[in-house]
Design a binder for this molecule. Structure first.
Ligand code: NAP
Length: 337
């Protein structure tokens, strides 16, 4: 029997998830969707033979729906995830788990009270083949003791309405999670430097920004985030260890070498760059559900990332180094990041 998934939010990523869960991921189908844009929801539902419900809670409480994907705007995630937990339904919640530390803690509280994991957070980079190679080289000691991690996160152009805080809470949050995961440590302090802004960024936007994250062992992560770089989508990293380095380049194929030049295409956006990672994320989620388990990035990972991003915003606002003080980790989340 296929897992019958309900999807809340049929915008950019929700539509991608519906398409993958309906045709590409084995063991799943999409049975119901909801979006405040009823026409968009109906079109997406019709494209896969699903029902468009009039309310998000109708998706969650639909007895035919086994599990829920939340792909609505971030400020709605905590409330909708808690509603799924209350209904006892597994949920894949897109990042961020919540937009405030307080709300993330409420989700943790609800899941801990439930007594077993129901929530996976959509930090899909953990499923990317390139990042997995980097993690393996850190975990097996190939690079020795990790000392530095350099990350680059560039988008061609920020969507309208993107703010300086969102550079941290929406974009850098991916780097926060992947740094915690690659290094297997929490972030204990952040410093954000807003350098000279690009003349091509919106007037209100601090872009690019340089973020320094300090880990429990004193390793340092540098993140350059630049959401109006113009040329394409470019995500890279390099771990510098005591014995060597391991790096993730921006994947590209079809390099044209001619006339003394080499030209290589750059992925235009996250859809193309991380397509296989989204597929792997969903497939692992569905396969786990078939076997009765929920794994992947947890509510704790969602909380730690949101709490760290919130501290980054404080650092951007007030300037200087700001410490991250996480609460005690409940036993339900005892694994390393
Ligand atoms: P989006 O295109 O704006 O899609 C969100 C959709 O949810 C829109 O159709 C929006 O409708 C709808 N919506 C608004 N209020 C709602 C409600 N109460 N209940 C259900 N749906 C509602 O945004 P997106 O780019 O898909 O992003 C959605 C989430 O996914 C964000 O949290 C984002 O950070 C995350 N995301 C993650 C990745 C990743 O790599 N993991 C990539 C992209 C996005 P209106 O437009 O009419 O408001």
């Amino acid at each position: 029997m296929a897992i019958n998934v309900g999807v809340i939010g049929t915008g950019n990523i929700g539509t991608e998830h519906v398409r993958r869960l309906s045709g590409e991921v084995s063991g799943a189908r999409v049975g119901a969707v909801f979006d405040v844009d009823a026409e968009r929801a109906r079109q997406v539902a019709d494209s896969v033979g699903a029902t468009a419900h009039p309310k998000a809670t109708d998706v969650i409480h639909d007895p035919a729906i086994d599990a829920v994907v939340i792909a609505s705007p971030g400020p709605l995630h905590a409330e909708q995830t808690i509603a799924c937990i209350a209904a006892g339904k597994p949920v894949l919640c897109e990042k961020p788990l919540a937009t405030t530390t307080a709300d993330s803690l409420e989700v943790i509280e609800a899941e801990v009270a439930h007594g077993q994991r129901l929530v996976q957070v959509g930090f899909m980079r953990r499923f990317d083949a390139g990042y997995r190679v980097v993690k393996a080289a850190v975990d097996d000691g190939s690079v020795g003791e990790p000392l530095l991690l350099h990350c680059v996160h560039r988008n061609a152009a920020a969507p309208p309405g993107f703010t300086s805080d969102m550079v941290l809470t929406d974009s850098v949050i991916h780097e926060i999670d992947i740094s915690r995961w690659l290094l297997g440590q929490e972030i204990v302090a952040t410093t954000v430097v807003a350098t000279r802004s690009s003349p091509l960024a919106a007037e209100h936007l601090r872009d690019p920004q340089l973020v320094l994250l300090e880990t429990e062992t004193g390793a340092t992560v540098s993140v350059e985030v630049f959401v109006n770089c113009q040329y394409g989508y470019d995500v890279r990293c390099e771990v510098v260890g005591s014995l060597g380095t391991v790096s993730l380049e921006n994947p590209t194929t079809g390099a044209l070498t001619r006339d003394g030049q080499r030209r290589q295409p750059i992925p235009p956006d996250w859809r193309l760059r991380f397509g296989p990672a989204y597929h792997a994320e969903l497939q692992q989620w569905v396969t786990g559900l078939v076997g009765g388990t929920v794994g992947g990035p947890s509510c704790w990972d969602g909380y730690a990332a949101t709490a760290t991003a919130e501290v980054c915003v404080a650092s951007l606002t007030d300037g200087g180094r700001t410490t991250v003080d996480l609460t005690e980790r409940p036993a339900l989340y005892e694994e390393a990041p």
